[in-house]
Design a protein around this ligand. Sequence first.
Ligand code: ZN
Length: 434
Amino acid sequence: MRIMACVAMLLCGVAFGQQQSPGQQQSPLIAVKTGRLLDPVAQKVRERAVVIIQDGRIKSVGDAVPAGAQVVDASGLTVSPGFIDCHTHVLLQGDPTDVEYDEQILKESLPYRALRATRAMRIALEHGFTTLRDIGNEGAGFADVDLKKAVAAGVIVGPRLFVATKALAPTGAYGLGGTTYNWQLEMPKGVQLCDGADGCRKAVRDQISHGADWIKVYADRGYFKRPDGQIRSLPNFTQEELNAIVDQAHRTNRKVAAHSITPTGHAIALAAGVDSIEHGQVLDDATVKQMAQKKVFLSPTMLVMGYVDAPRSKTNPIWAAIAKSADESFKRALAAGVSIALGTDAGGFPWDQINEAKEFKLYVDRGMSTWQALRSGTVVAASLLGKESELGTVAPGAHADLVGMKDDPLKDITATERVSFVMKEGVVIVPPAH
Ligand SMILES: [Zn+2]
């Protein structure tokens, strides 16, 4: 099976070389020959660079192959650091409406959902996404912690995960349940419910003790148009509750990502001190100014909006209005200097039907330069994760995560949707095609 899976013998050698040397002092050098190497940190291109790798990390970047090094020939490709998606749900496989969501939560066992997640992760990795911030597992206990562990231990092949486990919302603010179901039944929940400052603080402690890297909160819901035409929402938490969540997370060196669509949610989320706003389809001037000042990241998830907009609008026209507002909001955030970290909400759309790299083009369509878009999915995303020296860069000490493209994404950003080479931690996942 192993031989069948490895088509290119040289590349198998590289991969096995990594696996066969745990007892040795040093694993062999790997030299990746590139046609052009993109450095999104300095926004510079280096022609015919050779990336030298050892033990899964980048050792140096030079012009020549060192003696004895195993060569991976990507010299026909433009090579970038591995992509990072800052907003995914690997345990979800598309939920344009409640129907698809309920189908998964009610009819799929947790083992089955985990199996589907491993496939989603493989797809993401083969699309060049070597790192995911997976924020919210939709009722899957702490299965995302296991998936992260399985990748790290080499049990499965997938992107490196930063996980948020259960996400938080107060009683009555998140499905399943409410008036749709028989009130005699206790329905499963897609989040961990918490109420009151102490209750929410305890929930944060509980999640962190079980392996949460991030805390995810749902800041708002129930979107509506005011008589003046402005889109607003219902705040989920009291300010006291949200303050307690953020304070407790920060005390334990964890960051907080807030699902927040309108200024109603943004106001309480930013006052509490969250680290990222997720979605943010309705951003006013006051919000983007505050985000830029406080260095709060935006993860725009434009791709999922295009997927859920039409089906959700059939039952609630507010979704069409939110989608329309998203374009202007993105431009407003970009103009205000908000740090925009690429996030797609993959899992909200099916992993096997839509390549999450399409998010790059949506940013360029809305005013980013191709460099800015590439930075959004590499260096800016790494900054959001607090891993600037290890991810999103091709520099000594960083993880050897590389993506190769036949076309130049600086000229045509859709090149990111057609990767021809993927390496993660020095192991070839997709062999270079010329
Ligand atoms: Zn999401």
